[in-house]
Write a protein that binds this ligand. Structure first.
Ligand code: BG6
Length: 491
């Protein structure tokens, strides 16, 4: 379970963009969860900064806004005491004047940890940092949190990192990838490095291939404008999917210290075989949803979504056949896939082991398949190991596949903390293992960039798929043509 934080003497989280979507859906609910659990010390404060005046900053109004996203929805009576921790500042943080107003609202003592959370468009990360520094707001015990997207490509990412780096040292910069805060993602380290049975077979000798899927049923919602300029490759693959791939593929780190873990992840990113030129056409599929029905509900096509420009040909789906060119993974395909408006919400990592070298059983006795380990990231977090097992009773050696199932909810209780809860407290404590280092982000951009460039050059339109399906047919082909199938086609 998550540790207690009551021993933190006091901290201030300054949320720039404090009235925005991220603050409402993620940051404030996560802090409220800690408040309800008694993890926050008396000195923990939130400073919500917004360019516009935050309408009616009273507890009832705010509770109505954030309650749909809080984990303890039955804790409404505790919201008033949480609200007392919040100060509201109306200011444009990119200006000298605005930043002075923000800094004036903060505790001047360097003993108090100060975290600037930039929940804004990345274009203003640099200007905000410069203005806060100019106003004297950045001391040695301060940190800055950057939300993705960290740029649009390698060059813009470098420009952001350079600008923020003018003000904050690398160890003061926390680049969030909320997938790293998910319980099942952290559990990957324990699964691999605390269980001797897996690590010994975690390599090309025994593993046939790996699948990483992040399927969503939602569309772009109110984020059409952002998404239309990003697309699935930048929105999900460059960060979340590649981070998952790193945790699956990395070598055991020498310790759990931030740089030990991040060095190993970086090596994986640098071992990814570049997909360039014509290989992009044969190793990637991009798609876009058309009107359809997702779990019984009719939904519009991507081009009908608010804020979307039909001329842009943005992809809402990507699948990629990737390879990690190193000793451990030589010859093992890694299939990555993500998309919106798919058949179900399912984020999973599938490790497909090789078959036994010789089949002892007569043909038809059962499927001739290898074991499969399925790490269910969400929903219904857990781990399944698919085994071949004899069907009891007569019938000789007839067998079939059956899972050993570790469900986190039934083992540890339903109430798993949200990723942001874990990450927020790590950054208050200055623990950066679960945050991305600059070189990781840039290595991920370097790998993705030739893919997006080729797509732009060839002008091949995204392949359409009907909302509620598993994506374009070409995505199944990408896997089938090398003799594999996506997990759901083989369940
Ligand atoms: C975000 C993306 O980073 O992750 C969204 O910008 C996506 O487009 C979201 O919906 C998915 O997160 P989760 O935690 O719901 O899997």
């Amino acid at each position: 379970m998550i540790p207690h934080y009551v021993d933190i003497p006091g901290f201030e989280i300054v949320v720039i963009g404090g009235g925005g979507d991220l603050a409402t859906r993620k940051i404030l609910p996560a802090l409220f969860a800690h408040h309800v659990s008694g993890h926050l010390s008396a000195g923990a404060r939130v400073i919500a900064v917004s360019r516009r005046a935050i309408a009616d900053p009273d507890p009832e109004h705010m509770w109505r806004q954030i309650s749909p996203y809080v984990r303890h929805s039955d804790a409404a009576d505790q919201f008033a005491s949480f609200f007392e921790r919040i100060s509201f500042v109306q200011a444009d943080a990119t200006t000298a004047d605005g930043s002075k107003r923000i800094v004036a609202a903060l505790d001047p003592s360097e003993q108090v940890r100060r975290v600037f959370y930039l929940a804004t468009a990345p274009a203003i990360f640099g200007p905000v940092c410069a203005a806060l520094s100019g106003a004297g707001g950045v001391h040695a015990n301060a940190a800055v949190v950057l939300e993705k997207p960290l740029g649009h490509d390698l060059e813009s990412s470098r420009a952001i990192n350079d600008a923020v780096g003018e003000v904050f040292a690398e160890e003061q910069i926390f680049r969030i990838d909320h997938y790293l805060g998910k319980e099942t993602v952290q559990n990957l380290m324990v699964l691999r490095f605390a269980n001797a049975i897996f690590e010994r077979i975690w390599r090309a000798d025994d593993i046939d291939h790996v699948q990483i899927t992040a399927a969503e049923t939602i569309g772009v919602g109110t984020r059409g404008q952002y998404y239309d300029h990003a697309g699935a490759l930048r929105d999900m693959v460059q960060n979340h999917l590649l981070q998952l791939l790193c945790l699956v593929a990395m070598e055991p780190p020498s310790s759990l210290e931030p740089d030990a873990v991040r060095d190993e992840k970086l090596k994986v990113l640098r071992s990814l075989r570049p997909i360039t030129g014509g290989d992009v056409d044969s190793h990637t599929v991009r798609g876009r949803y058309e009107q359809g029905a997702v779990q019984g509900e009719v939904v519009p096509g991507y081009h009908e979504e608010a804020g979307v420009d039909p001329a842009r040909d943005t992809e809402t789906f990507v699948s990629i056949r990737a390879h990690v060119d190193n000793w451990r993974w030589s010859g093992v395909p890694f299939f990555l896939r993500t998309g919106k408006r798919l058949w179900e919400r399912r984020t999973e990592i599938v490790i497909q082991f090789k078959r036994v070298p010789h089949n002892l059983f007569r043909d038809g006795a059962g499927p001739q398949v290898g074991n499969r380990l399925v790490i269910r990231v969400q929903p219904d977090e857990g781990i399944e190991l698919h085994m071949l097992t004899k069907i009891p009773g007569p019938g000789g050696m007839k067998h079939r596949r059956a899972p050993l199932n570790l469900s986190f909810a039934s083992t540890f209780g339903e109430d798993l903390p949200d990723a942001y809860e874990r990450l927020l407290m790590d950054l208050v404590r200055g623990k950066s293992t679960l945050f991305m280092r600059r070189d990781e982000v840039e290595a991920a951009w370097s790998w993705c960039e030739p893919i997006s460039q080729r797509w732009a050059q060839t002008g091949q339109p995204a392949k359409s798929y009907v909302a509620g399906t598993s994506g374009p047919v070409a995505s199944a082909d990408l896997v089938n043509e090398v003799g594999r199938v996506w997990n759901e086609d083989d369940e």
